[in-house]
Design a protein. Sequence first.
Length: 355
Amino acid sequence: MSTFANTLILWQIQHGRHDLPWQGTNDPYAIWVAEIMLQQTQVMTVIPYYQRFMEAFPDIEYLAKAPVDDALALWSGLGYYSRGRNLHKAACLMAEHYQSRFPRHAAEIQQLPGIGRSTAAAIAAFAYGERCAILDGNVKRVFARYFGIIGYPGEKKTEALLWQKAEELLPQAGVKQQMAAYTQALMDLGATVCTRHQPKCLSCPLQPNCVAFAENRVASLPTPRPRKPLPSKETTFLIMIDQDKILLEKRPSPGIWGGLWCLPERQIDNNNQTYCTQSMEIDALPLTDLPPLDHTFTHFKLRIHTQLLQVINRSHKKTDNEIWLTIDNALQLALPAPVRKILLKTDFQQPLLAH
């Protein structure tokens, strides 16, 4: 085994994480759910979502048989909702084509929706001991510092070099447990020691051979993404209240918040009190404007204005993409985080609502 791999494995045994709820299993389904949730999301945020999700959907068959709305409801607030939709889609494919069994090799796992090269490798290493390299954001940071690699890791040339290093440093084939321990060690080192800010270099087992540490370049590596100012957008959500119920609309998929239930997104026209939806016309009187809410996506910033309206008259057509619910029932659905925050902060006990 390489000195690099052996050093990391020994370190992980003594100092790594061993009590996370998805550890201690070689069930590829449980590992898969965790790895998808952990993409771009902190461990402590993921843990309660993971536990609730696994309780509701303990295996591929349970998830595949459930409506996608049920899966998204448990994903609500976790963000990056395409992950939840792809998780459900992949479960349906495995139920149909694999008899609800998980594929056994990284190359095959990577063909499932929402699973890239690094995630497929992590699942295969943890579940089957397959010898394959991972390269998530934390691991890119470890390698960039260890080898002193200059260049933004998201650029193709830099990423290709990092993949080359990841492949070269793998433990030798033959012992399945080594792959799981090595893979976990890389993840743990990047998450707890070789962190983005204030890395604990004096506690790092790789420090003696780390180029960035030797050359005092830890703070400048990995090379940050070329900065571009995020564009700003604005929109208006309407809380239309009819007695004790509000209107929610399902967002089209794909797209921002695709498949989630959202407040109607409309421009306010003070000269026209009739609002058209997919299936009905609604007459409503404006009550009050709520404070704006700012929400940041990966590629833009969104300022959300919200107006409370009292429904005077509406048709009562029922469609699959529109629903009238009480606030308590609405909060049980798959809602975007800003919509959930708006509903939780809004005072619905105003005298005018008895109109």
